[in-house]
Design a protein around this ligand. Structure first.
Ligand code: SAH
Length: 221
């Protein structure tokens, strides 16, 4: 990809991206750092060229393998919630998908570890993040039920797929004072904020959401 493709023209231009940021502000996103990263991140490189003209609509879009790139509003909201108590040093992301959420989080935290269970998505996301020169991210092809204990504990965990119940491994890998934000449920899902104080995990139910399911095992195609 050349510089012009990366920066975008027409429907993928900076101007189009700025309009998306205005929409997110109207919908209640307040964290200026988050809005700035969204303004400077080319979402169109995270989706197929055939859909690139829709990259700056506030909607989720298919990325292949039955998965979707998350809606910009929900990416912004979850990032804002994760950062709400102050800067984070060590963050775990479950469900890399296209890598877009990864690209938004990486500049805002010290170290980011991201796990995806579908190999083709994992490979493509890793390439895109390298292209954007985001050097504080490491990737793993793995089932996020297990988290990534070798890189933990984490002061922030974020998941882009909805488990029926919060996996114990993820609760265990939160540091004292850590925050986790994830969708939980089946047909009906809610966004949940978990905060850990010692051996007490407080759960706060936020808004209704719709995410792909949190599935088990690894898929190679
Ligand atoms: N934030 C991503 C969202 C992708 S959709 C983006 O904007 O592109 C959620 C992703 O979670 C999918 O790619 C799916 O394969 C992945 N996923 C689901 N269950 C998982 C699990 N147990 N471990 C790791 N990844 C998982």
């Amino acid at each position: 990809m050349n510089d012009q493709q990366l920066s975008g023209i027409g429907m993928t231009s900076q101007r189009t991206r700025n309009r998306l940021v205005e929409r997110l502000r109207d919908r209640g996103i307040e964290n200026q750092q988050v809005l700035d990263v969204i303004a400077s991140t080319p979402r169109h490189i995270f989706i197929d060229e055939a859909l690139a003209h829709r990259a700056y609509e506030d909607s989720s879009l298919p990325i292949g393998n039955g998965q979707t790139i998350s809606q910009p509003y929900i990416v912004a909201k979850m990032t804002e919630l994760l950062l709400a108590a102050g800067p984070l040093n060590n963050v775990l992301e479950i469900g890399t998908g296209s890598g877009y959420q990864t690209a938004i989080l990486a500049p805002l935290v010290k170290k980011l570890s991201s796990v995806e269970r579908i190999e083709p998505l994992y490979l493509k996301a890793r390439e895109r993040i390298k292209q954007l020169k985001l050097n504080n991210v490491r990737f793993k092809l793995s089932d996020g039920h297990w988290g990534w204990p070798q890189q933990g504990p984490y002061d922030g965990i974020i998941a882009a797929a909805a488990p029926e119940q919060i996996p114990q491994g993820l609760l265990d890998q939160m540091s004292d004072g850590g925050r986790m934000i994830l969708p939980v449920g089946g047909e009906q899902q809610s966004l949940i904020l978990v905060t850990r104080q010692g051996n007490y995990w407080q759960k706060t139910v936020l808004e209704d959401v719709k995410f792909v399911p949190f599935l088990s095992g690894i898929k190679n195609n």
